[in-house]
Design a protein around this ligand. Structure first.
Ligand SMILES: NC(=O)c1ccc[n+]([C@@H]2O[C@H](COP(=O)([O-])OP(=O)(O)OC[C@H]3O[C@@H](n4cnc5c(N)ncnc54)[C@H](OP(=O)(O)O)[C@@H]3O)[C@@H](O)[C@H]2O)c1
Length: 266
């Protein structure tokens, strides 16, 4: 039996597993440079999610499942997985994003950060997922962070607990945008910031400021964007800072190894 590390998250100190499940590969070609990618069958996704829930079933914590409106079929696949698994649904912490779309025919990912699109995208995500715990702005820019209509709408969603949303956040993949957002004091409302693991490692100064403001951190792409070295070495470097974040894995074939890195982290 393994014991996956947990962290305290959000204002209520919710207990979450430090390992979260990234699901881009559930719904669209991923990683982008993988020539042999094939869309998973429903059965593959069931086996995968059943495996992680079985591994952690003796522990009392929530498992973050990270998706987005722009992850192709991912939200739909997650919704249909939980349809007949209400007990597991209660143990899941569902995070999704809006602002980026994905065109399945062209592979293009256009952005629309308008308030109207937020309302439409949120409605569609909720139809797929049935409950959303955390809603992020995807591919966040300084412009959208300065758009008070959008920020007020997001806060309203959280305050009114629409779709069960309890947390709102921003996902930023660019270090310059993150730095400007902090300098301009534009991050005074999100509960959560999602960034690549590489920025976390490179900018401890920014991370301290963000933590001091009470913002929870979620890291993505540890292997794809985490630095050089083997996955084991990359995880070992990131997990030296464990306790400070939820780390999303995008592995399709190395889930056991990845769980092992968390359990053996000093
Ligand atoms: N907010 C954003 O803009 C954003 C951007 C990127 C990602 N994300 C989120 O973060 C999740 C994870 O991102 P990612 O897919 O880039 O993550 P990742 O964990 O870095 O995975 C990328 C690739 O590295 C390989 N890999 C991962 N763990 C491994 C291991 N233990 N051993 C050997 N190979 C390993 C995987 O190959 P195998 O499949 O063969 O194991 C995978 O194809 C996404 O699914 C998504 O939910 C968010």
């Amino acid at each position: 039996m393994v014991n996956l590390p947990t962290i305290r998250f959000g204002r209520e100190g919710l207990r979450l597993f430090a390992l979260g499940i990234g699901t881009t590969w559930f719904g669209r070609h991923w990683p982008p440079d993988n020539p042999s990618y094939k869309l998973p069958t429903d059965e593959e996704i069931e086996v995968y999610l059943d495996r992680i829930f079985t591994t952690v079933k003796h522990q009392d914590a929530f498992l973050m499942i990270d998706t987005a409106a722009s992850y192709g079929y991912s939200e739909e696949k997650i919704g249909s997985y939980f349809k007949n698994r209400q007990e597991l649904f209660k143990k899941a912490f569902i995070a999704t994003k809006w602002g980026e779309e994905f065109n399945i025919d062209t592979g293009m990912t256009p952005l629309d950060h308008s308030r109207e699109h937020l309302i439409q995208s949120f409605k569609r995500s909720l139809e797929h997922l049935k409950r959303i715990d955390l809603l992020y702005i995807h591919r966040t820019s300084i412009e959208v962070l300065s758009d008070l209509e959008v920020i007020e709408e997001l806060k309203k969603i959280r305050e009114c607990n629409r779709g069960s949303v309890r947390y709102i956040g921003v996902s930023i993949s660019n270090e310059d945008i993150l730095q400007k957002a902090v300098q301009k004091n534009l991050l005074n409302w999100p509960d959560v910031l999602q960034i690549p693991a590489s920025i976390f490692l490179k900018r401890p100064d920014l991370m301290d400021t963000i933590c001091d403001r009470g913002i929870n951190i979620v890291l993505n792409s540890p292997v794809r964007r985490g630095g050089s070295g083997s996955p084991e070495e990359i995880y070992s470097e990131i997990l030296q800072h464990k306790g400070r974040f939820v780390l999303l894995t995008g592995t399709r074939r190395h889930l056991e190894d990845t769980i092992g890195y968390f359990c053996s982290a000093k």
